[in-house]
Design a protein around this ligand. Structure first.
Ligand code: NDP
Ligand code: 2IT
Length: 446
């Protein structure tokens, strides 16, 4: 049950955004946490502040025409949802995936607003992308798509306006093509307009690793609260993209053993521990599949239809996509005595799964806190760009570690203050909300 002040707000969100299930899910989760806040501080419910937070400042939808290698004209739909700029320029990634529609980008932009607030850095929230499927496309096709996408998007961006980065299907290659097109149209070498750039052209050390490393820093700090650490722990990391790979790398550095990972075709189990050099070779260099990993490594096997969460482990880090871990999966993990779950992806656990973990006393790190290291390091990239400087890997990683520990501690403190010790979901939502709400109150009705 939602608080009586919040239920009408949620009803209105449902009415105004029909069919956008993931957006409803993301809003519901935050409102669920805000009951205690509006009870203690009624002023946050004044001036339609919460209603304004649930409505994006601006939503842009555009046609993306491009020509494929066969000379056929293709049409995709591009999106940028500029959700909230109370704390700084809109900031958040771009997702290229065939399932993308307005509801996907809205849920991601909403989450991003609170996540960015949690980092403590001067960045607002936004998200974008397209229903373009990069799988099987040549480099030339990817480049032409990115150029066409940026030809429209560029008019809505700027280092003080809106600063995109990568997300699913968008990595350094795509950011490069988009930065090249932006630079050409704007006739400005405006480094701060995109993050996730290559090191030779304005990128930051550690940005590639940041989301995964940051997620592990968060979970490690959470484990420590109950005298655990990663040493000797068996870990499942779903996905095998940017976030998953660098999550695995840091877990291994801390003595953990990653025994399973996946892609959308299935998962691989390797009880002797994933060979990360081999996985990187297959995924980053050859753009291959985890089934190729199983073919190349005798200690492993591939499962094409099953649930990665059936593999017994101590820690699970879902790092692929939204709603990839459901209630049944959560029950299996709890039965197998999972100690901690940290969301590397955005909203990978369904609300039912989250409830099962919390009720069972499993330590649970929600995505908007756990995976905030990526965007936090994007903000460090913006800082380096603004000062025309570049920092060492060590200095940048040290900043990331401090930021993640700070996020962990603030979530834990807020959970205590609002009567749910150990509930990082509540802690993250409240801490993020209060920072955005304070700025919005100060800026007037805008
Ligand atoms: P990548 O594109 O690098 O990797 C995505 C991985 O997830 C791939 O293994 C992909 O498999 C799998 N995947 C994607 N969609 C699905 C699906 N519908 N079903 C099953 N598997 C799927 O993306 P990232 O690693 O960057 O992003 C992963 C998650 O982390 C996303 O939720 C993203 O929003 C979040 N995130 C990313 C950040 C970043 O800095 N990149 C920062 C914070 C969060 P396949 O190859 O088969 O599609
Ligand atoms: O979900 C996310 O936080 C990201 N995809 C990273 C956003 C960013 O601007 O670095």
């Amino acid at each position: 049950m939602l608080d009586e002040k919040l239920q009408p707000i949620f009803d209105d969100v449902l009415r105004r955004n029909p069919g956008e299930d993931e957006f409803h899910q993301a809003v519901r989760e935050v409102l669920d946490s805000l009951g205690a806040v509006v009870a203690k501080h009624p002023h946050y419910a004044e001036d339609a502040l919460i209603e304004r937070i649930c409505e994006p400042e601006r939503q842009i939808i555009f046609r993306v025409p491009w020509v494929d290698d066969k000379g056929q004209v293709q049409i995709n739909r591009g999106f940028r949802v500029q959700f909230n700029s109370a704390l700084g320029p809109f900031k958040g990634g771009l997702r290229f995936h065939p399932t993308v529609y307005l509801g996907t980008i809205k849920f991601l932009g909403f989450e991003q607003t609170f996540k960015n607030a949690l980092t403590g850095m001067p960045i607002g929230g936004g998200k974008g992308g397209a229903d373009f499927d990069p799988k099987g496309r040549s480099s030339g096709e990817i480049m032409r798509f990115c150029q066409s996408f940026m030809t429209e998007l560029c008019r809505h961006l700027g280092e003080y306006t809106d600063v995109p980065a990568g997300d699913i299907g968008v990595g350094q290659r795509e950011i490069g093509y988009m930065f090249g097109q932006y630079k050409r149209i704007a006739n400005r070498y405006e480094s701060g307009v995109l993050t996730g750039k290559g090191l030779a052209w304005g990128g930051s050390q550690v940005r590639t690793e940041a989301t995964g490393y940051g997620a592990v820093y968060f979970v490690e700090r959470m484990l420590r609260t109950r005298n655990h650490n990663f040493d000797g722990k068996k870990v499942i990391v779903s996905g095998s993209g940017n976030v998953a790979i660098y999550t695995m790398e840091k877990i291994m550095e801390l003595g953990g053993k990653v025994i399973a990972c996946s892609d959308s075709n299935g998962y691989v189990v390797d009880e002797s521990g994933i060979d990360l050099a081999l996985l990187k070779e297959i995924k980053e260099k050859k753009r291959g599949r985890v089934s190729d990993y199983a073919k190349a490594r005798r200690s492993s096997h591939f499962v094409s239809n099953g649930r990665i969460w059936d593999v017994p482990a101590d820690v699970a880090m879902p790092s692929a996509t939204q709603n990839e871990l459901n209630g049944q999966d959560a029950r299996t993990l709890v039965k197998n005595r999972i100690v901690a779950v940290g969301e590397g992806a955005n909203m990978p656990c369904t609300p039912e799964a989250v409830k099962i973990f919390l009720d069972a006393g499993v330590m649970f790190g929600p995505g908007k806190a756990t995976n905030a290291g990526g965007v936090a390091t994007s903000a460090l990239e913006m800082q380096q760009n603004a000062s025309r400087d570049s920092w060492t890997f060590e200095a940048t990683e040290a900043r990331l570690a401090t930021i993640m520990h700070g996020i962990h501690d603030r979530c834990a403190e807020m959970a205590d203050t609002y009567g749910s010790p150990g509930n990082y979901v509540l802690g993250a939502n409240v801490a993020g909300f209060i920072r955005v709400a304070e700025a919005m109150r100060a800026l007037g009705i805008v």
